[in-house]
Design a protein around this ligand. Structure first.
Ligand SMILES: Nc1ncnc2c1ncn2[C@@H]1O[C@H](COP(=O)(O)OP(=O)(O)OP(=O)(O)O)[C@@H](O)[C@H]1O
Length: 257
């Protein structure tokens, strides 16, 4: 494993029960790098993220191959180690932001509970750090947001706040699964801007699954194109977009309005 790689996936085969939904999956991600994964519905993009973070919980079996995170074999983590790693090492941003929050509990309490559950709560110091993070990610009204409840906010705002929650635990890798697909166009633009701010945090690596190749081009350094459970093209985002080698990548590019 190269010194700079945070994640290395080699010849992976992924199953649900006896059904193979991904095979020959090989890719790598460097520290500070952002990878986009695009492809048709059902091509195995979300399953790949699940295999990285917690295959057992999602019913995914790694039939062949290996996943290494910071040189550690992911398959060798005990449930307790995996629980510790989820959030603090590997953060998740999900498609539906409302699933991350109790709708009627103020954000401030929910932020505190999350930090406490990871033994990271430091009272006023934590609140200041959260407000600084809000600012860093382009949300200026941190104090007001913290005293509000999720039901009072739009889906887009909840998604932006859930990105702050993920970042608060200072992960090295963020996995974002269709982070804008449940949002209206205006909210999508705001979330893209926030994800773009994340890109400026040089230590952070990110994998973002999206149908939206334009968004991947805005945010990511590399792209993997998935088709029927396999990666058919993987490389520098500009090279892939300017000179696609696989017919399916061409098809995806032609579909961009
Ligand atoms: N829990 C599950 N049990 C069995 N099969 C599943 C499960 N989840 C997904 N699948 C199947 O695995 C395949 C890959 O699904 P996956 O959700 O990874 O695709 P995807 O590329 O992320 O699709 P989308 O873009 O629609 O989210 C599909 O055929 C899907 O029906």
């Amino acid at each position: 494993m190269s010194k700079e790689n945070i994640l290395e996936i080699q010849n992976l085969q992924l199953n649900y029960g006896s059904t193979c939904v991904g095979k020959h999956i090989t890719l790598s991600l460097s520290k500070g790098e952002s990878l986009g994964i695009a492809g048709e519905s059902g091509s195995g993009k979300s399953t790949l993220l699940k295999a990285i973070v917690d295959p057992e919980s999602y019913g995914v079996t790694v039939e062949k191959g290996r996943i290494q995170y910071k040189g550690m074999m992911v398959s060798e983590w005990t449930p307790a180690e995996r629980q510790k790693i989820k959030g603090t090492e590997i953060g998740m941003i999900l498609q539906n932001p409302y699933t991350n929050f109790n709708p009627i509990r103020p954000y401030k309490k929910q932020f505190a509970e999350t930090l406490k559950s990871h033994n990271m709560w430091q009272g006023k110091k934590s609140i200041s750090a959260i407000q600084a993070l809000f600012k860093q990610l382009g949300l200026d009204d941190g104090r007001r947001i913290l005293s509000s409840c999720p039901y009072e906010m739009s889906g887009g705002m909840n998604q932006r706040i859930s990105i702050v929650v993920s970042m608060m635990l200072q992960p090295s890798l963020i996995l974002a699964d269709e982070p804008t697909s449940a949002l209206d166009a205006a909210s999508q633009a705001q979330v893209v801007e926030e994800l773009w701010h994340l890109r400026k945090m040089s230590e952070l690596s990110m994998i973002m699954v999206s149908h939206n190749l334009s968004m991947i081009a805005q945010i990511c350094d590399t792209v993997a194109i998935m088709h029927k459970g396999q990666i058919v093209e993987f490389g520098d985002i500009r090279e892939v977009l300017l000179a696609p080698k696989h017919w399916y990548t061409n098809q995806l590019l032609k579909a961009i309005p």
